[in-house]
Write a protein that binds this ligand. Structure first.
Ligand SMILES: NC(=O)c1ccc[n+]([C@@H]2O[C@H](COP(=O)([O-])OP(=O)(O)OC[C@H]3O[C@@H](n4cnc5c(N)ncnc54)[C@H](OP(=O)(O)O)[C@@H]3O)[C@@H](O)[C@H]2O)c1
Length: 323
């Protein structure tokens, strides 16, 4: 199969559109989605209690730790086959072996775009529709780190996932209801003034907010993806999982103090699992969720012009890895 042709066909919006039993439509942010009845204390098990995911396939990036591990554990518990990515096969195997149900480890290092391509190829070779594609892996640094001349959180949290999702888009659109779920953060509000720093993505000279910048990129990517997916069987939504006690704070510099975040991982994975699996959200796309409900993100997250520009710039930065 000519994958580059598939991707181009998909993006031009012709080949794969409207083949399924229903078509998604983009929801404008602020659209009233019925309240879920779940909230900040709900766990991933609570929100999936009555959901049978037998026969479904989910891909979860960063499956060996924190929110990603709990997401994989609960989706597998409900019957899904979960493809879990980790930065070493050992970590992935250990995580996948420890959950009840079917979980398959795949290697993925998001700073290494060859690794992203290899991961996508391995998943493509499984020849299954992706019912859930969950972009969860992420890093948080306070100091400036770079890779490929770019600020590293932008690369890990956004660009690596941009390549992965693009290479797997046709797997999501052939699913009966392929849900792409991007784990962002309310930290998008702390992105630098002006939002995405298109003129300088190196991170140098940014006053602060590099993590928020990458999380803004997550939200805008999801928003633009939802627009591109309109009329297909697939959807894209982003979310804030809450402040969750995980390994994410391990790279914070000494002196920032130790603190406890309010949510457990069981609670922290609830919004991801809700957005990925709840029948309440059939066909819902282009929205942002927190505490298992749709919320308005604020900041630059509704800037459709910035979202479209980010897509173009991300394509330019990753072009040789997309096709
Ligand atoms: N925890 C919170 O309060 C909070 C709040 C808002 C948003 N989030 C978001 O939630 C998501 C999950 O974070 P978490 O809190 O569960 O953190 P975590 O426990 O540190 O898990 C992060 C996962 O991402 C993986 N990862 C890191 N760098 C990677 C790379 N270069 N390539 C591939 N995978 C990589 C990690 O692998 P290793 O274990 O090998 O490093 C790990 O599996 C992130 O996107 C984060 O931004 C978290």
């Amino acid at each position: 199969m000519d994958q580059s042709l598939n991707r181009r066909r998909f993006l031009s919006g012709s080949a794969l559109i409207a083949l399924g039993s229903y078509c998604t439509r983009i929801f404008s942010q602020g659209t009233q989605i019925p309240k879920s009845g779940f909230g900040p204390m709900s766990t991933a098990e609570n929100v999936t209690e009555d959901i049978d995911l037998t026969g479904k396939t989910a891909l979860v990036t960063g499956c060996n730790s924190g929110i990603g591990y709990e997401t994989m554990r609960v989706l597998a518990l409900r019957g899904a086959h979960v493809i879990g990515t980790a930065r070493t096969l050992e970590k992935g195997e250990m995580a996948c072996e420890s959950v009840k149900g079917q979980a398959t480890p795949v290697l993925l290092e998001l700073t290494d775009f060859d690794s992203v391509v290899a991961c996508a190829e391995q998943v493509r070779n499984m020849n299954v529709p992706l019912d859930m594609l969950i972009c969860n892996a992420g890093v948080l640094f306070r100091d400036l780190r770079q890779v490929r001349g770019l600020e590293m959180q932008f690369v890990v949290n956004h660009l690596g996932h941009f390549i992965l999702v693009n290479r797997l888009l046709d797997r999501a659109t052939i699913a009966a209801e392929g849900r792409i779920v991007v784990v962002g953060s309310a930290a998008h509000r702390s992105a630098p003034q002006g939002g995405i720093q298109f003129e300088n993505l190196s991170g140098e000279g940014w006053s602060a907010g590099a993590y928020g910048h990458s999380k803004l990129a997550n939200g805008l990517f999801s928003l633009e993806l939802a627009r591109k997916l309109e009329g297909t069987n697939a959807t894209s939504n982003s979310l804030h999982p809450g402040g969750v006690q995980t390994n994410i704070t391990r790279n914070l510099a000494r002196g920032t103090g130790t603190f406890r975040l309010p949510k457990t991982v069981e609670q922290g994975a609830a919004t991801t699992c809700y957005v990925a699996a709840s029948s309440d959200l059939s066909g819902v796309s282009g929205l942002y969720f927190a505490d298992c409900n749709e919320v308005q993100p604020g900041g630059y997250m509704e800037d459709t012009v910035m979202a479209a520009q980010l897509w173009e710039v991300s394509e330019d930065l990753t072009r040789s890895y997309l096709d």
